[in-house]
Design a protein around this ligand. Structure first.
Ligand code: MN
Ligand code: MN
Length: 475
């Protein structure tokens, strides 16, 4: 008896088990978890595209006293500790900054997430008619499983630019009274051949056409009457014509709001949680801080899902240019060396999601090293595929610092990696920031059904991400 107690004590002191957040938090914190997730669902619903998310971030930031970098440059204001600044990049990515007590040269505490999510974009000449049905041609964006996007209600989000330069914003399918759109699927009765195909061939990219109408325009003497009727509806409501689609950006996304999941309401189901869950939690964290020691930065970038390319992505020079502007405003004499030092001395949490252990698919996970929903914010030392190919392998000296910040602040965290070795893989923006010499580690929320029209997050993890990010900014 005595011996087994001793063994039990030894085991408790030497071995490690990740904690379940729900088992560790008291009533007061539990209430906070649910409160914050109401805000989170609202953020998801308001920002279903990167542009909508940027708009919402600017709205929330200006409420908290953030001023645009443009305005600061224009007025020649010298940034001082505690000053809150935002800089938007073409309305598709944005950076929030709180000037710290230390000089910029000492480095920043940066949290970087992405606002884009896998979806279906309209082609630039989308509208056509086939056998009295009007449809829209699409081109998917990011890593989707095409079969998941058929037979579910879809909404259209985007804008067109008319010939006169006027921009027309359009969202259809989100209001309860709005119509929605669908991509059809083959009836099982005639799907003998389709069902024999591989899953990624059963539904094709060119087959993802969105059904948008079926009433013909009343005129015997014309053809493509249904298409004309749709164009007339669009013209009556928005004053647009077909050519305007060539200067449009439209995204087709699941219609409707995010929802509580589970009888215990412990989870959130919703579209675009990769990576708006990290965007929301890092946003909330930076909006909560006053004057940090090191300058705090929240980066929200675009185009992560297609490889971080283009002028709104992490690969663009936008962030570097913003720091150059800041150095120019804060220092008596502009120096590129100070910009380089400010970047190189920075610490980063690359805030992105990772696939959680799914009891339906245990065969792709290493149970010992998989993240679990409900067990807190996840640190991911490396991503990549095969032999860690293409990843940012974070330095353990740096991870040790983050571990201490989390433990000192009662942040429940876990360490995990994406699936079994040689099972696949993925990447984040981590390696791009690491190129500056910054210390970077991936750190975010694990999800079920990543990249599906509806992804699932644990409310406990959303809360712990917020708590962890805030502790990082305050450190
Ligand atoms: Mn992501
Ligand atoms: Mn992704």
């Amino acid at each position: 008896m005595e011996k087994s107690t001793e063994g039990k004590m030894l085991q408790e002191s030497l071995t490690h088990k990740w904690k379940n957040v729900w088992e560790c938090i008291e009533k007061e914190e539990r209430e906070k978890v649910f409160e914050i997730n109401e805000e989170y669902k609202n953020f998801l619903d308001k920002g279903k595209t990167e542009r909508e998310a940027v708009k919402e971030i600017i709205r929330l930031a200006t409420e908290k006293g953030y001023v645009s970098l443009e305005e600061i440059i224009q007025k020649g204001i010298k940034p001082s500790p505690g000053m809150k600044i935002y800089a938007s990049n073409k309305d598709k990515s944005i950076v929030l900054i709180v000037i710290g007590k230390e000089s910029l040269e000492k480095g920043m505490h940066i949290i970087g997430s992405h606002l884009d999510a896998p979806r279906i974009d309209l082609k630039q000449f989308p509208l056509y008619e086939d056998e009295s049905l009007a449809l829209l041609k699409t081109h998917y964006y990011g890593g989707i499983k095409k079969y998941q996007w058929v037979t579910l209600p879809l909404a259209l989000h985007g804008f067109l630019i008319k010939e006169n330069g006027e921009k027309v914003d359009i969202v259809i399918g989100e209001d309860e009274s709005d119509p929605v759109f669908f991509i059809t699927d083959l009836l099982p009765h005639l799907a003998k051949d389709q069902m024999q195909k591989k899953m990624d061939e059963g539904i094709t990219g060119e087959g993802l056409n969105v059904l948008i109408g079926s009433i013909p325009y009343k005129d015997k003497d014309i053809n493509e009457k249904v298409k004309l009727n749709i164009l007339k509806i669009l013209n009556d409501k928005y004053g647009i014509k077909e050519e305007d689609f060539t200067t449009a950006e439209f995204q087709v996304v699941p219609a409707g709001k995010s929802r509580d999941v589970g009888l215990d309401r412990s989870m959130v189901g919703g579209y675009g949680q990769d990576d708006r869950v990290c965007a929301f939690t890092s946003l909330k964290a930076i909006l909560d801080i006053d004057t940090p020691n090191n300058t705090a930065v929240a980066l929200f970038v675009d185009k992560e899902e297609i490889g971080s390319v283009g002028n709104t992505s992490m690969e663009s020079k936008f962030f570097e240019n913003v720091i150059s502007e800041l150095v120019n405003l804060t220092e008596d004499k502009y120096s590129e060396l100070i910009v380089k030092r400010a970047l190189a001395n920075s610490s980063v949490l690359s805030a992105d999601t990772v696939g959680a252990f799914d009891p339906n698919y245990p065969e792709v996970m290493d149970k010992k090293n998989s993240p679990y929903i409900g067990k807190g914010i996840v640190l991911v030392k490396y991503t990549g595929s095969r032999g860690k190919g293409g990843c940012n392998d974070a330095n353990s000296e740096y991870i040790a610092k983050i571990r201490k910040i989390f433990n000192d602040n009662n942040v429940i965290w876990q360490m995990g990696e994406l699936g079994k070795v040689d099972q696949g893989g993925g990447g984040t923006i981590a390696y791009i920031l690491a190129n500056y010499g910054m210390e970077v580690v991936d750190c975010g929320v694990s999800l079920l059904s990543v990249h599906a029209p509806y992804e699932i997050a644990s409310k406990a993890d959303v809360y712990m991400a917020y708590k962890g990010y805030k502790a990082f900014y305050k450190a």
